[in-house]
Design a protein around this ligand. Sequence first.
Ligand code: 5AD
Ligand code: SF4
Length: 460
Amino acid sequence: MQTRYFYIKTIGCQMNVHDSDRIAGMMRTLGYEPILDIEKADLIFFNTCSVRGKAEQKTYSFLGSLAELKERNPGLIIGALGCVAQQEGEKLQKKMPHLDLVLGTHGYHRIPELLEQIQMKRCRISDTLWCESIDSLENLCSQEKVDQAGSGSRFVTIMRGCDNFCSYCVVPHVRGPEQSRGSGKIIEEIERAVKAGVREVTLLGQNVNSYGRKEGIESFPTLLEQVNRIKGLHRIRFTTSHPKDLSEELIRAFSRMDKLCRHIHLPVQSGSDRILKRMNRKYTREHYISKIDSLRQVCPEIAVTTDIIVGFPGETEEDFKQTLTLLEQVQFDALFAFEYSDRPNTRASGYRNKISEIEKRKRLQALMDIQQQYTLKKNRSLVGKQETILVDGISKKDKRKISDELNEKFQWTGRTSTNKVVNFIAENSLFFKDRLFPGALVCVTIEKAHANSLYGKAII
Ligand code: 5AD
Ligand code: SF4
């Protein structure tokens, strides 16, 4: 039988990336092979994101551009998956008649039967049903088929959905209510990954701190403790956390658990109490700062990163200034900043006093300029220090010349426990011959600091 090829494009959060990896594994089980040249694909999936307007626009431009391919090859199957698919459902197919499948965030385990129906009945399907059981949704494909196999790091979903309804956020509307997986299944998945060579796991969820609360099962710190006991696992990360749910017990975990990486991503969104209230974040600036102080008390070297939205409706110059002073006060290691964007069905989309696009851009630039200095300062403080790096692979720059003869000056890339990217060389090629591979742990002396990465030399 002739091989059939699939192509998956993914944008958005790590949850989307992880879902796509497993959907790719599922496609292999169905007899498809991945292909890089989209023109040669028999099936194209686009896993979409709707967290901001710009991401949603990408859905329309990319899917729109596929109409021509479909015209040339009517047998081609095109599917929109993920958050925009969930949000728009049939409307997406009405706008784009060349879409065979629109599949929301809770339907990935139904892909095999849906594809069969599309092929047998030559029909188009839109499926945005919520799935009652997170376990059937998580059971997408066997571990061996997951695309990340062979790398030292793996995502593991521990919960899905969100019940917080921050006033700007579309996530609760497109990902549904919070659901946590049972810890037995999670531990089993990690143990199997470790047996396959994985050294680091990132526990994923929209709000991992409230893991298990609704189901009345163990708390997130207790789950972490169980993961921390898994032999052969070296590093544990988790994302994302909500400041209001960051318990003292979880803070203490950073000093108690040897495998827990010294990094937390704790989105603050704004430094102004007035705006935090309008965002429905349920904490104050002072409350947030006190959590950071406690984290640094138990773990002085912890890296803290955050998300900030600029230009939320009604954000005054004074509110924005409060955000800038928060940067100075907290000294984040890095931040992700976004211009506020109206999202369908959210409360903030109905708020008055919207900020102009020009003003939002200006505030974003001001914020980034200030943060860059702090990030560089933090990075510079590491120059001369030795850091343990978990190797990701050969750095992108050098991948281009991978076909060249193996060169001892090859540049590798990896991450510190604090999640900083380190590009490094290993000069003693004989010593490092079998010691450098994705998932290896090596000691590196940091020699240079850049805005977004560090540079160093592996040491014996
Ligand atoms: N506009 C701008 N940024 C947003 N985010 C979420 N919703 C919006 C929105 N409507 C940002 C938040 C969140 C990150 C993932 O995306 O900062 O933490
Ligand atoms: Fe969105 Fe708030 Fe839930 Fe995060 S906690 S996904 S920002 S609603």
